[in-house]
Write a protein that binds this ligand. Structure first.
Ligand code: TGC
Ligand code: FAD
Length: 389
């Protein structure tokens, strides 16, 4: 038998092809060089140099990488997932930057936009010169976006938007916002250059999670847009929910990255920290924790790869993505918390990545559909009964 590697006991690496390994290595290097040395400082300061980072991520082709054309790399979904995994091993905030740019803002324009939207925005967003955000959630409508109050009304041939969006990643650094609004014909999407009069974005401060990520409130007061600002390709809530499928898929992989970073930290610490004259990894209780974490980590990675292969061949149903996000984020959070116990007091500091990942994963459990919403989506697929309302 081959010797086993602590971060790949099942040899899941053997399931990847050369191109996927190359993508993974590239992203790992970017994270090692541009994220790891700085991320604890960003986290402590509650900031992210998102513009510089976006240019670097754009340079290696990570922004909108799974989209075809318009300067995008056109990789497989699995390769995109592996990139999310490596980014989130650095920090969930960095993966968020890429998810929102590529899977939400760019995807909305790519899938539903006019040719003019695509040629205006996608090439610049792929290089990181332009940053996008995605405004769906409102202060009073999170899990239930169908109740949104943001309204777009026709004034001659123009659209006029009024309302507010809350918890918007990249909001106050964005050049373009994809904003979802209620119209007489149901929910529609709008491409809003953020310099348009009446559009303001303010940073949400005092977060204890996703501190290395820009989160904002958007206010739209009489934002006047030409008729061409409307995304012509979709009408109804299935528009934004279709984008969420893409970003949730990336999170299925991303959460595994945060889990891996914690697990490797736990193994290393358990082998070197001595108490009662023995490394704590020699105690059965510590080994049981490491074993349980390894089982859950390996299962989560296998699940992510299975969904990646499915997406690249026959497609994935929303309930399948919900299953992946529910399991992998929940288990990653559990792994982060267990690792924290293995590190004892050291676990609460920013000297180690563990508490940072644990705190980040609290947001990841909530955004892109809360764990409860994903449980109900699975429940609906199993029973045929809709239990949301
Ligand atoms: P419902 O009546 O079930 O459906 C309305 C229409 O949408 C269709 N649909 C979907 N289409 C594509 N993908 C999906 N996953 C879909 N789910 C539903 C559905 O077929 C229907 O189409 P049609 O043609 O019949 O009109 O809608 P509902 O109002 O009952 O809501 C269902 C529910 C609760 C699952 C949905 O509202 C939901 O997913 N809520 C959670 C909201 C959410 O996830 N928000 C995320 C905001 S973005 C974000 O968090 C970014 S963080 C990013 C980061 O920083 O990384
Ligand atoms: P609520 O919907 O109020 O839910 C509160 C609790 O009630 C949850 O536990 C929920 O599961 C539960 N609940 C609600 N309804 C039901 C039900 N029917 N049955 C059982 N339980 C229920 N949004 C964007 O649009 N764009 C972004 O870029 C974005 N970025 C974000 C970044 C961060 C850091 C965070 C934290 C959030 C972000 N969000 C974004 C918002 C995110 O999508 C919402 O927070 C999420 O959808 C949940 O909405 P809520 O916070 O209003 O919680």
């Amino acid at each position: 038998p081959q010797p086993v590697s602590p971060d790949d006991l099942l040899d899941l690496d053997s399931l990847l092809d050369d191109e996927e390994r190359a993508v993974r290595e590239t992203v790992r290097q970017v994270v090692d060089e541009h994220v790891r040395p700085h991320v604890a400082g960003w986290y402590e300061a509650g900031e992210l140099p998102a513009r510089e980072l976006a240019l670097e991520l754009g340079r290696v082709g990570l922004l909108g990488m799974h989209l075809e054309g318009y300067g995008c790399a056109g990789t497989s979904a699995t390769a995109y997932g592996l990139a999310c995994l490596e980014l989130e091993a650095g920090d969930s905030g960095v993966r968020s930057l890429v998810s929102v740019q590529g899977s939400l803002a760019m995807y909305a324009i790519w899938a539903y936009g006019s040719e003019e939207h695509k040629t205006t925005w996608l090439p610049r967003m792929a290089t990181g010169e332009a940053i996008g955000c995605f405004g769906l959630t409102e202060p009073d409508f999170g899990s239930n976006p169908g109740g949104m109050r943001t309204r777009a009304r026709k004034d001659g041939s123009d659209w006029v938007l009024d309302g507010s969006k809350m918890w918007i990643t990249n909001g106050s650094i964005a050049d373009v916002a994809v904003v979802w609004a209620q119209t007489d014909e149901g929910v529609r999407g709008f491409v809003v250059p953020t310099g348009t009069p009446g559009f303001t974005a303010t940073v949400v401060h005092h977060k204890m999670s996703l501190r290395a990520s820009v989160t904002s409130e958007l206010v739209l007061e009489g934002v006047r847009l030409p008729a061409s600002a409307e995304l012509p390709g979709v009408q109804g809530l299935k528009g934004p929910l279709g984008c969420l499928n893409e970003a949730r898929f990336g999170i299925v992989f991303g959460a595994v990255g945060a889990a891996r970073d914690c697990l490797l930290t736990a193994i290393d610490y358990a082998r070197t920290r001595v108490q009662f004259d023995r490394p704590i990894g020699a105690f059965q209780l510590t080994q049981a924790k490491l074993a349980d974490m390894t089982v859950e980590y390996s299962t989560a990675l296998l699940l992510a790869l299975h969904l990646g292969r499915a997406k690249d061949t026959r497609g994935v149903a929303p309930a399948q993505i919900s299953l992946g996000k529910l399991n992998n984020v929940r288990e990653a959070l559990q792994i982060a918390r267990t690792t924290r116990t293995i590190l004892g007091a050291n676990g609460i500091t920013l000297e180690y990545p563990v508490m940072r990942h644990a705190n980040n994963l609290e947001s990841v459990l909530t955004y892109e559909g809360t764990s409860e919403m994903h449980a109900l989506t699975i429940g609906q697929a199993l029973t045929g009964e809709q239990a949301f309302r």
